[in-house]
Design a binder for this molecule. Structure first.
Ligand code: 5GP
Length: 362
């Protein structure tokens, strides 16, 4: 496990509110003066196993406790610190901009609170404003690199980019509002759009106009795809050809073939898939088939707080369950760089960084 922690990693599928520290969630629940009775929710928060339905109930509880500007800022800061502490060097954090008129929150002010959280991180170096040719690279600006294991430098550095999520409960208009906001906030590190939320809710045709608009405008798009059996939707999503998809659990043979020939990278969330019973057990996880086919893959956490995991743990699970050695894990992590949504300057900096630490990771 220690080696997995020391390895530099790329996280491309992390939901902000799902990545909340359990200690923070318990603290917020305890302090809540409103509708929530702590004694009733404590066991829900600390529960280990959760079905997909329970997971979405858990998100309603989390949102009740976190959706105010200060808390959004706080959890953003903590989540970035947590990923950086385990040597995640590039984090694409996704979150659903929320509107709550009763507290004066608009989708824009929600995202501004997230940005404030990024700015408030002081224990690690965070780069979230997009590169321009004159700006220094995060890693190549020093002769040797972050990772303590490699060179004894304790201060961590992390690139962060944001994806704005469309929740499947939203209308076409609300989805379009999110895409417009993402376009307006590109200069602040928003690189794309995600479609997420309860997969049993909503229709593909509702989000399609917003997703097409995002694509036309040059935003990257990733879709939660095949989390429940819904072959028609999987078919439509593959037709849309997003830049990445998340999960890809319930794929019929024909869709699996199409996925492989399309080379659309898949964000793999092992613990999440097992806990929510989207796969029957880890040993039959589709990671193996896709990995053997050399399909582009990235290991991710999904919701590290909700599923009590972290990215290092996900690599350890892959090593233990599928027999990956250090070299394979490092290559898997390094290949993740090719699928990030940030600009080519960041990609190049990360490629150089991975190259520079490769020898030390054997
Ligand atoms: P937030 O967007 O509020 O920062 O993060 C929590 C939200 O992400 C949830 O309410 C849900 O919309 C989405 N989410 C988190 N985990 C999953 C998942 O495993 N599947 C899907 N479809 N959506 C998820």
């Amino acid at each position: 496990m220690e080696w997995c922690v020391s390895m530099p990693k790329v996280e491309l599928h992390a939901h902000l509110n799902g990545s909340i520290r359990v200690s923070t969630l318990l603290e917020l629940a305890k302090a809540e003066k409103g509708d929530i009775d702590f004694s009733e929710v404590e066991h829900v928060i600390v529960k280990y196993e959760r079905s997909l339905i329970e997971v979405f109930k858990m998100f309603d509880l989390i949102h009740n406790l976190t959706t105010d500007h200060n808390t959004v800022t706080r959890i953003t800061k903590e989540v970035v610190e947590d990923f950086a502490s385990e040597n995640v060097v590039y984090l694409e954090l996704r979150t659903t901009p929320k509107r709550n008129d009763s507290i004066g929150m608009s989708k824009r002010s929600y995202v501004e609170a997230v940005l404030k959280g990024l700015r408030s991180v002081s224990s690690v170096d965070v780069a979230f404003i997009p590169h321009n040719e004159d700006s220094k690279s995060l890693f190549s600006s020093l002769p040797t690199i972050t990772n303590d294991k490699c060179n004894g430098v304790a201060r961590k550095r992390i690139y962060v980019r944001l994806l704005l999520s469309i929740d499947r409960r939203e209308t076409t208009e609300a989805a379009l509002e999110t895409v417009k906001l993402a376009l307006e906030m590109r200069h602040l590190g928003v690189v794309g759009i995600d479609l997420s939320g309860n997969p049993k809710v909503g229709e593909w045709t509702t989000y399609l106009p917003a997703l097409e608009f995002a694509k036309e405008q040059g935003l990257h798009v990733t879709l939660h795809c095949g989390e429940v059996p819904n072959p028609e939707e999987v078919h439509n999503m593959l037709d849309f050809h997003p830049q990445r998809i998340g999960h890809a659990c319930f794929f019929e043979d024909e869709h699996q073939r199409r996925l492989k020939s399309s080379k659309i990278p898949v964000e793999i969330c092992l613990t999440s898939n097992v806990r929510t019973l989207s796969v029957p057990s880890i040993d039959v996880h589709h990671f193996v088939d896709l990995y053997n086919a050399k399909h582009p893959l990235v290991l991710c956490t999904d919701d590290s707080g909700v599923f009590s995991t972290c990215l290092s743990k996900e690599y350890k699970i892959a090593a233990d369950s599928f027999g990956l050695g250090r070299r394979e894990m490092f290559e898997l992590s390094r290949n993740g760089v090719e699928h990030i949504f940030a600009d080519s300057g960041v990609k190049e900096d990360l490629r150089n960084f991975f190259n520079s630490v490769a020898k030390n990771m054997e």
